[in-house]
Design a protein around this ligand. Structure first.
Ligand code: ATP
Length: 239
C-alpha cells in the first residue's frame, strides 16, 4: 500500500483564461489530518475537486492510493469516488425523507451491496449517535446532522475523508465537537482527513495546514496554532 492516501503531481487546472490551480504538487499521508486554507478565489475548491476526481486537471496527475485517475472514464471515476472517498459538506447534504440509518447506508446501497447492521451500529457508535438510527434529520441538532454525514462518509471504509467547511453552519461549541471527532478518527482509526476551511481555529485541529494563494501552494504550517494560522492568512492578504 502506498504511503499517500492522495497525491497530486504538478496539477494545473485552467478555466478559459483563469488558472485556478498552477502546477500544484502535494501528498497526503495515510492517517493524517490536513487543512487547506487560502484567500477567497485562491483555488481551494478546485484543489479539492481535482484531488477527489470530481474535476479533471488540465495537466498533471492525481493518484488516489495506487490508482492513477488520469485516463479513467467518468463512470470509473464515479465508482472510485463512491467507494474510496467519504464526503462531508457544510450543509450536511442529508436526505430529509430517510431515517438516519438509511442516510448512513446510502453509499452502501448505491454500490449495490447489502447493508451490514453491525457496520451501521459501529459507525453510529463512532460518531456518538448510538440509538438515533430511526430518527429523521429534522429531529436532530446541526451538530448531530453533521455526525450523520460523517457516519455516512465512514461507512464505506474510505481511504480519504474530504471535508469542505464541515463546521461552517455550526455554532462554535458544536463545531468544536465535530473537529474533535474528525481528530479522533485520525488518531484512533488511522483515517485520512483533508479539510477546506476559512477558520484558523478549525485549521488548528489539523496536523498540517497547506496554504494556497492565486492557485499556487504558498507554504505549509506543521503543528498549527490558530494564532499562527491567522497570521499566515493575513500575510496572504486575507483581512
Ligand atoms: N467552473 C469555473 N469556471 C470558471 N472559473 C472558475 C471555475 N471554478 C473556479 N474558477 C475560478 O478559479 C479560481 C479559483 O476558484 P476556487 O473556487 O477554486 O477558489 P476558492 O479558494 O475555493 O474560493 P472560495 O474560498 O471563495 O470558495 C477563481 O478565480 C474562480 O473564479
Amino acid at each position: 500500500m502506498t504511503t499517500f492516501a492522495v497525491r497530486l503531481d504538478a496539477v494545473t487546472r485552467r478555466y478559459g483564461r483563469v488558472t485556478a490551480l498552477d502546477t500544484v504538487s502535494a501528498g497526503f499521508r495515510r492517517g493524517t489530518f490536513t487543512a487547506v486554507m487560502g484567500p477567497s478565489g485562491s483555488g481551494k475548491s478546485t484543489f479539492l475537486n481535482c484531488a477527489t476526481g470530481l474535476d479533471r486537471p488540465t495537466s498533471g496527475r492525481v493518484w488516489l492510493g495506487d490508482t492513477d485517475l488520469a485516463g479513467r472514464s467518468e463512470n470509473e471515476t464515479t465508482v472510485l469516488r463512491r467507494d474510496r472517498i467519504g464526503f462531508v459538506f457544510q450543509s450536511y447534504q442529508l436526505l430529509d425523507a430517510l431515517t438516519v440509518a438509511d442516510n448512513v447506508l446510502l453509499p452502501v446501497r448505491l454500490a449495490g451491496r447489502r447493508p451490514d447492521p453491525a457496520r451501521l451500529a459501529e459507525v453510529l457508535a463512532a460518531v456518538g449517535l448510538t440509538g438515533l438510527g430511526e430518527r429523521r434529520p429534522a429531529e436532530l441538532s446541526g451538530g448531530q446532522r453533521q455526525r450523520v454525514a460523517i457516519a455516512r462518509a465512514l461507512v464505506v471504509r474510505p481511504d480519504l475523508i474530504c471535508a469542505d467547511e464541515p463546521t461552517g453552519a455550526l455554532d462554535s461549541r458544536s463545531g468544536h465537537r465535530i473537529l474533535e471527532l474528525l481528530r479522533a478518527l485520525v488518531d484512533d482509526r488511522g483515517q485520512t482527513v483533508l479539510m477546506v476551511t476559512h477558520d484558523p481555529v478549525a485549521a488548528a485541529f489539523a496536523d498540517t495546514v497547506v496554504f494556497l494563494a492565486d492557485g499556487r501552494l504558498a507554504g505549509e504550517l506543521p503543528r498549527p496554532s490558530a494564532d499562527r494560522v491567522a497570521e499566515r492568512m493575513t500575510s496572504l492578504g486575507e483581512p
